[in-house]
Design a binder for this molecule. Structure first.
Ligand code: NAP
Length: 253
Protein backbone atom coordinates (compact mmCIF):
# COMPACT_ATOMS: atom_id res chain seq x y z
CA UNK A 1 0.00 0.00 0.00
CA UNK A 2 1.43 3.45 -0.89
CA UNK A 3 1.86 5.89 2.00
CA UNK A 4 -1.00 8.43 2.11
CA UNK A 5 0.22 11.93 1.05
CA UNK A 6 0.98 14.18 3.99
CA UNK A 7 -1.51 16.90 4.83
CA UNK A 8 -0.27 20.37 3.89
CA UNK A 9 -1.04 23.35 6.11
CA UNK A 10 -0.58 27.07 5.53
CA UNK A 11 -0.13 29.26 8.60
CA UNK A 12 -0.10 33.01 7.95
CA UNK A 13 1.91 35.43 10.06
CA UNK A 14 3.95 32.42 11.10
CA UNK A 15 7.46 33.89 11.31
CA UNK A 16 6.94 34.57 15.00
CA UNK A 17 4.52 34.55 17.93
CA UNK A 18 1.35 32.48 17.85
CA UNK A 19 1.79 31.67 14.15
CA UNK A 20 5.29 30.25 14.63
CA UNK A 21 4.15 28.16 17.62
CA UNK A 22 1.22 26.89 15.55
CA UNK A 23 3.46 26.02 12.60
CA UNK A 24 5.80 24.09 14.95
CA UNK A 25 2.88 22.27 16.55
CA UNK A 26 1.26 21.26 13.25
CA UNK A 27 4.66 19.99 12.05
CA UNK A 28 4.95 17.98 15.28
CA UNK A 29 1.48 16.60 14.49
CA UNK A 30 2.92 15.31 11.18
CA UNK A 31 1.66 17.97 8.77
CA UNK A 32 3.87 19.62 6.16
CA UNK A 33 3.73 23.34 6.83
CA UNK A 34 4.02 26.52 4.77
CA UNK A 35 5.23 29.30 7.05
CA UNK A 36 3.84 32.42 5.34
CA UNK A 37 4.80 35.91 6.47
CA UNK A 38 5.51 39.38 5.11
CA UNK A 39 9.27 38.89 5.37
CA UNK A 40 10.38 35.79 3.46
CA UNK A 41 13.71 35.63 5.32
CA UNK A 42 11.98 35.55 8.71
CA UNK A 43 9.51 32.95 7.40
CA UNK A 44 12.38 30.79 6.15
CA UNK A 45 14.14 31.04 9.54
CA UNK A 46 11.04 29.62 11.26
CA UNK A 47 10.74 26.91 8.58
CA UNK A 48 14.43 26.02 9.15
CA UNK A 49 13.81 25.65 12.89
CA UNK A 50 10.99 23.23 12.11
CA UNK A 51 13.26 21.28 9.76
CA UNK A 52 15.96 20.97 12.45
CA UNK A 53 13.28 19.40 14.70
CA UNK A 54 12.60 16.81 11.98
CA UNK A 55 9.56 18.48 10.43
CA UNK A 56 8.86 19.50 6.84
CA UNK A 57 8.32 23.22 6.21
CA UNK A 58 8.90 25.96 3.68
CA UNK A 59 9.06 29.70 4.27
CA UNK A 60 7.06 31.89 1.91
CA UNK A 61 7.00 35.68 1.79
CA UNK A 62 3.64 37.31 1.00
CA UNK A 63 1.36 40.10 2.13
CA UNK A 64 -2.01 38.47 2.89
CA UNK A 65 -3.86 41.65 1.93
CA UNK A 66 -2.45 41.64 -1.63
CA UNK A 67 -4.47 39.55 -4.10
CA UNK A 68 -1.62 38.79 -6.51
CA UNK A 69 0.82 37.96 -3.72
CA UNK A 70 -1.72 35.57 -2.17
CA UNK A 71 -2.48 33.86 -5.49
CA UNK A 72 1.24 33.45 -6.20
CA UNK A 73 2.04 32.18 -2.71
CA UNK A 74 -0.71 29.54 -2.70
CA UNK A 75 0.33 28.31 -6.17
CA UNK A 76 3.93 28.07 -4.99
CA UNK A 77 2.96 26.18 -1.83
CA UNK A 78 0.90 23.72 -3.90
CA UNK A 79 3.93 23.16 -6.16
CA UNK A 80 6.56 22.87 -3.44
CA UNK A 81 4.65 21.00 -0.71
CA UNK A 82 1.42 19.78 -2.33
CA UNK A 83 -2.15 21.15 -2.31
CA UNK A 84 -2.87 22.81 1.04
CA UNK A 85 -5.98 21.55 2.85
CA UNK A 86 -5.40 23.24 6.21
CA UNK A 87 -5.38 27.03 6.56
CA UNK A 88 -4.72 29.01 9.72
CA UNK A 89 -5.48 32.71 9.19
CA UNK A 90 -3.26 34.13 11.92
CA UNK A 91 -1.50 37.18 10.40
CA UNK A 92 -2.41 40.27 12.34
CA UNK A 93 -1.51 43.83 13.25
CA UNK A 94 -2.72 46.41 15.74
CA UNK A 95 -3.04 50.15 15.16
CA UNK A 96 -4.62 51.13 18.48
CA UNK A 97 -6.05 54.52 19.29
CA UNK A 98 -9.16 56.03 20.80
CA UNK A 99 -11.85 56.47 18.18
CA UNK A 100 -11.59 60.26 18.00
CA UNK A 101 -7.86 60.01 17.27
CA UNK A 102 -7.96 57.01 14.93
CA UNK A 103 -6.64 57.78 11.44
CA UNK A 104 -8.33 56.43 8.29
CA UNK A 105 -5.08 54.61 7.47
CA UNK A 106 -5.13 52.80 10.84
CA UNK A 107 -8.69 51.63 10.25
CA UNK A 108 -7.91 50.46 6.70
CA UNK A 109 -4.63 48.72 7.61
CA UNK A 110 -6.27 46.60 10.32
CA UNK A 111 -9.25 45.69 8.11
CA UNK A 112 -6.81 44.93 5.29
CA UNK A 113 -4.70 42.39 7.15
CA UNK A 114 -7.36 40.68 9.27
CA UNK A 115 -10.48 40.73 7.11
CA UNK A 116 -9.29 41.15 3.52
CA UNK A 117 -6.28 38.93 4.33
CA UNK A 118 -8.40 36.08 5.70
CA UNK A 119 -10.82 36.45 2.79
CA UNK A 120 -8.09 36.37 0.11
CA UNK A 121 -6.22 33.47 1.69
CA UNK A 122 -9.35 31.39 2.20
CA UNK A 123 -10.62 32.05 -1.31
CA UNK A 124 -7.25 31.04 -2.75
CA UNK A 125 -6.95 27.83 -0.71
CA UNK A 126 -10.55 26.56 -0.60
CA UNK A 127 -10.55 24.86 -4.02
CA UNK A 128 -7.75 22.55 -2.85
CA UNK A 129 -9.97 21.57 0.09
CA UNK A 130 -13.02 21.10 -2.13
CA UNK A 131 -10.97 18.92 -4.54
CA UNK A 132 -9.73 16.82 -1.60
CA UNK A 133 -13.25 16.68 -0.08
CA UNK A 134 -11.58 17.56 3.23
CA UNK A 135 -10.23 20.67 4.84
CA UNK A 136 -9.71 22.64 8.03
CA UNK A 137 -9.85 26.43 8.41
CA UNK A 138 -8.94 28.11 11.69
CA UNK A 139 -9.24 31.88 12.03
CA UNK A 140 -7.64 33.90 14.81
CA UNK A 141 -10.20 36.18 16.46
CA UNK A 142 -9.66 37.76 19.90
CA UNK A 143 -11.44 38.56 23.15
CA UNK A 144 -11.28 42.11 21.77
CA UNK A 145 -14.22 41.06 19.55
CA UNK A 146 -16.29 41.60 22.70
CA UNK A 147 -15.18 45.26 22.76
CA UNK A 148 -11.92 46.84 23.92
CA UNK A 149 -11.06 50.47 24.62
CA UNK A 150 -8.66 51.88 22.02
CA UNK A 151 -9.30 49.10 19.53
CA UNK A 152 -12.35 50.13 17.47
CA UNK A 153 -10.59 48.90 14.32
CA UNK A 154 -9.14 45.67 15.76
CA UNK A 155 -12.27 44.63 17.71
CA UNK A 156 -14.42 45.22 14.61
CA UNK A 157 -12.09 43.08 12.49
CA UNK A 158 -11.94 40.32 15.10
CA UNK A 159 -15.76 40.28 15.45
CA UNK A 160 -15.99 40.23 11.63
CA UNK A 161 -13.79 37.14 11.52
CA UNK A 162 -16.32 35.32 13.68
CA UNK A 163 -19.09 35.99 11.13
CA UNK A 164 -16.74 35.04 8.29
CA UNK A 165 -15.95 31.74 10.02
CA UNK A 166 -19.59 30.81 10.56
CA UNK A 167 -20.37 31.50 6.90
CA UNK A 168 -17.42 29.38 5.74
CA UNK A 169 -18.69 26.56 7.96
CA UNK A 170 -22.11 26.76 6.28
CA UNK A 171 -20.82 27.08 2.69
CA UNK A 172 -17.99 24.53 2.85
CA UNK A 173 -19.37 21.92 5.25
CA UNK A 174 -20.73 19.74 2.45
CA UNK A 175 -17.18 19.41 1.09
CA UNK A 176 -15.83 17.97 4.34
CA UNK A 177 -14.39 21.31 5.40
CA UNK A 178 -14.72 22.69 8.92
CA UNK A 179 -14.13 26.33 9.86
CA UNK A 180 -13.62 27.49 13.42
CA UNK A 181 -12.38 30.53 15.28
CA UNK A 182 -10.02 30.83 18.22
CA UNK A 183 -10.37 33.97 20.31
CA UNK A 184 -7.25 34.33 22.46
CA UNK A 185 -7.14 36.48 25.56
CA UNK A 186 -3.86 37.96 26.72
CA UNK A 187 -0.96 36.02 25.15
CA UNK A 188 2.70 36.95 25.74
CA UNK A 189 4.03 37.84 22.27
CA UNK A 190 5.68 40.67 20.36
CA UNK A 191 2.20 42.11 19.70
CA UNK A 192 1.42 42.48 23.42
CA UNK A 193 5.00 43.62 24.16
CA UNK A 194 4.42 46.46 21.70
CA UNK A 195 1.23 47.41 23.57
CA UNK A 196 3.12 47.53 26.90
CA UNK A 197 5.77 49.70 25.27
CA UNK A 198 3.19 52.03 23.74
CA UNK A 199 1.50 52.69 27.09
CA UNK A 200 4.87 52.95 28.86
CA UNK A 201 4.52 50.04 31.31
CA UNK A 202 7.55 47.73 31.83
CA UNK A 203 6.83 44.31 30.29
CA UNK A 204 7.14 42.27 33.55
CA UNK A 205 4.81 44.69 35.33
CA UNK A 206 2.34 44.61 32.43
CA UNK A 207 2.23 40.79 32.43
CA UNK A 208 1.71 40.69 36.21
CA UNK A 209 -1.11 43.24 36.07
CA UNK A 210 -2.86 41.46 33.20
CA UNK A 211 -2.45 38.04 34.87
CA UNK A 212 -4.19 39.28 38.04
CA UNK A 213 -7.36 39.91 36.03
CA UNK A 214 -7.34 36.44 34.39
CA UNK A 215 -9.21 33.69 36.27
CA UNK A 216 -6.31 31.17 35.96
CA UNK A 217 -3.95 33.94 37.15
CA UNK A 218 -1.35 33.74 34.40
CA UNK A 219 -0.64 35.15 30.97
CA UNK A 220 -1.37 32.90 28.02
CA UNK A 221 1.55 31.40 26.10
CA UNK A 222 1.75 30.94 22.35
CA UNK A 223 1.60 27.16 22.80
CA UNK A 224 -1.80 27.53 24.54
CA UNK A 225 -3.17 28.73 21.20
CA UNK A 226 -1.24 26.16 19.13
CA UNK A 227 -2.88 23.46 21.28
CA UNK A 228 -6.36 24.72 20.36
CA UNK A 229 -5.45 24.95 16.66
CA UNK A 230 -4.17 21.38 16.78
CA UNK A 231 -7.55 20.24 18.16
CA UNK A 232 -9.55 21.93 15.38
CA UNK A 233 -7.19 20.61 12.67
CA UNK A 234 -7.29 17.01 13.95
CA UNK A 235 -9.06 14.62 11.56
CA UNK A 236 -11.18 13.45 14.53
CA UNK A 237 -12.62 16.97 15.03
CA UNK A 238 -14.80 16.86 11.89
CA UNK A 239 -18.11 17.44 13.69
CA UNK A 240 -16.95 20.70 15.28
CA UNK A 241 -17.58 23.59 12.89
CA UNK A 242 -18.60 27.24 12.96
CA UNK A 243 -17.50 27.60 16.60
CA UNK A 244 -15.66 30.32 18.48
CA UNK A 245 -13.37 29.01 21.21
CA UNK A 246 -12.23 31.60 23.75
CA UNK A 247 -8.74 30.58 24.91
CA UNK A 248 -8.34 33.18 27.58
CA UNK A 249 -7.81 31.54 30.97
CA UNK A 250 -11.46 32.25 31.73
CA UNK A 251 -14.73 33.04 29.96
CA UNK A 252 -13.36 36.26 28.44
CA UNK A 253 -9.91 36.65 29.94
P1 NAP B 1 2.76 39.03 16.30
O1 NAP B 1 3.79 38.49 17.24
O2 NAP B 1 2.72 40.50 16.04
O3 NAP B 1 2.90 38.24 14.91
C1 NAP B 1 2.08 38.56 13.81
C2 NAP B 1 2.78 38.11 12.55
O4 NAP B 1 1.91 38.45 11.42
C3 NAP B 1 4.11 38.83 12.31
O5 NAP B 1 5.11 37.89 11.93
C4 NAP B 1 3.79 39.81 11.18
O6 NAP B 1 4.87 40.10 10.32
C5 NAP B 1 2.73 39.01 10.41
N1 NAP B 1 1.98 39.88 9.52
C6 NAP B 1 1.51 41.12 9.76
N2 NAP B 1 0.90 41.63 8.67
C7 NAP B 1 1.00 40.69 7.71
C8 NAP B 1 0.59 40.63 6.37
N3 NAP B 1 -0.05 41.65 5.77
N4 NAP B 1 0.85 39.50 5.64
C9 NAP B 1 1.53 38.47 6.21
N5 NAP B 1 1.95 38.47 7.48
C10 NAP B 1 1.69 39.57 8.23
O7 NAP B 1 1.27 38.66 16.75
P2 NAP B 1 0.73 37.45 17.70
O8 NAP B 1 0.58 37.98 19.06
O9 NAP B 1 1.49 36.21 17.44
O10 NAP B 1 -0.77 37.32 17.10
C11 NAP B 1 -1.14 36.39 16.11
C12 NAP B 1 -2.63 36.49 15.88
O11 NAP B 1 -3.33 36.27 17.10
C13 NAP B 1 -3.08 37.85 15.35
O12 NAP B 1 -4.14 37.68 14.43
C14 NAP B 1 -3.57 38.53 16.59
O13 NAP B 1 -4.49 39.54 16.29
C15 NAP B 1 -4.19 37.38 17.33
N6 NAP B 1 -4.30 37.59 18.78
C16 NAP B 1 -3.20 37.81 19.55
C17 NAP B 1 -3.35 38.02 20.92
C18 NAP B 1 -2.18 38.26 21.85
O14 NAP B 1 -2.43 38.53 23.05
N7 NAP B 1 -0.95 38.17 21.41
C19 NAP B 1 -4.63 38.02 21.48
C20 NAP B 1 -5.72 37.81 20.66
C21 NAP B 1 -5.55 37.59 19.31
P3 NAP B 1 5.85 41.34 10.65
O15 NAP B 1 6.61 40.93 11.85
O16 NAP B 1 6.71 41.44 9.43
O17 NAP B 1 4.96 42.52 10.87
Amino acid sequence: MPEPSPTVAVVTGAARGIGAATARRLADDGLHVAVLDLDERAAKATADTIATRGGVAVGVGADVSDTDAVTGAVARIARELGPPTVLVNNAGITRDNLLFKMADADWDAVMGVHLRGAFLMTRAVQHHMVDAEWGRIVNLSSTSALGNRGQANYSTAKAGLQGFTKTLAIELGKFGVTANCIAPGFIASDMTRATAERIGVPWEQYVQDRAKAIPVQRAGQVDDIAQAVSFFVDRRSGFVSGQVLYVAGGPRG
